[in-house]
Design a protein around this ligand. Sequence first.
Ligand code: KIV
Ligand code: ZN
Length: 506
Amino acid sequence: MDRVIIFDTTLRDGEQAAGGTLNVQEKLEIARQLEKLGVDVIEAGFPVTSPGDFEAVRLISQEVRTPSICVLTHANLKAVDDSWEAVKGAANPRIHIVLSSSDIHLFYQLRKSREEIIDMSCSTVAHARKYCDNIEFSAMDASRTEPEYIYQLLKAVIDAGATTVNVPDTVGYAMPPQFGDLIDGVFKNVPNIGSAVVSIHCHNDLGLAVANSLEAIKRGARQVECTINGIGERAGNASLEEIVMAIRTRSDFFNLTTNIDTTQIYRTSRLVSDLTGFQVQLNKAIVGGNAFRHSSGLHIDGMIKMPTTFEIMDPKSIGIPSSSLVLGKTSGRHAFRERLSELGYSLKDADLNRAFTVFKELADKKKDITDRDIESLVAEEQRTVSEDYHLKRIQVTCGDQGVPTAAVRLIGPDGKTKEDAALGTGPIDALYKAINRIVKVPNSLTEFTVKSVTEGIDAIGEVLIRIESDGVTYTGRGADTDIIVSSAKAYINALNRLIAARGKDS
Ligand code: KIV
Ligand code: ZN
């Protein structure tokens, strides 16, 4: 069977989603997980746009050796030189050059002629070829470009040395049959197309990113650009998990394979959601909380008799933990470690000890500890480990009769205890004001959400917040059975990220 190259752009287009900034360590963590997932190419960043992206690409190139590591660059020689500096340490580096092709972009944005675009594209591709022989060229807004011009442009860049040519539906405008015809046209009308891989990159503005990608694959495209959970600019990109599972589940239709270890999908999805702060909608295909939940009596009856009556995929094939096993107060370290490893975590001894202590504390408050509780607990541990400020204790009083009051004790970066208190319009307002009196970093809260990790009145409550400072958004998360404590943890997490980012810039 033919294989489709999975090009993951979670760390580049995915991170471009409004409010989705990741720091260097978080990008590295996601890149390691993408390697486990088995993607062929990781687009690790757009290094000329920020020093943070440059550093992330450099580190990922050094550490993540199996997939090809790709950098996106503008079509100018200096940008190619600078981008190469970030990716040159990779085992298999790729330079990805992007330039607009549609008249609407040429006329209003670039103010260049079609001939100038061909010249700029070819000279940059030829220049990049001096550094490496793995060069991708993207004709931005290809789906709104006159097809004859696309054929001409792709032929020219292949002659100049491009080894992958990408046909993006940049604004999510295409309809599947029409997009498929464009790909057919590329195969029929670009005489040297056999010397390059044809790629597609679809956005989801009309909810058609996956449909367009699959149609293009059906017509012969052999690289698909996609992101975990479909995150990305505006309405996002085509979702990796949906494309991969469609190719696998309907292999009778596609007769194609990928290199993806599908049992890593669920874990990758959770990691990306945790680190970006973008929650996965309940009814999202493949990885949504309801994707394998059956509710109607008729369906449940069928499922009991034979799961394939209502399930076209086995949840285990996506890595969704199968057992309904719950841990509790009496579960020992061994059972805890076993469960962690079944969930895909392999913690070092020190981390395991810390996580086990927190697990025991949680088991004192909550009778049944489920897989979701364990995931939340490990994520919480990983978050707090390298932070400047730590929460030591909080005391909050509130109600409909008095003035909400919060007292906070933190451990600062110098290891010293700092305390303060404040009044507020509500408990969170009082709490955040008390923290502000200690940390003193101006910011404004732009988003605050609470959700319970599992059912039940004793569930862990996860708080996700976003704060903004100097036009940059920082995400924070916290989890605890007490949502006021979760709120404090989330705020301190966001402040720590803000402080770490400032430290790097100064
Ligand atoms: O949407 C787009 O066209 C892109 C290109 C860089 C491929 O993201
Ligand atoms: Zn894009």
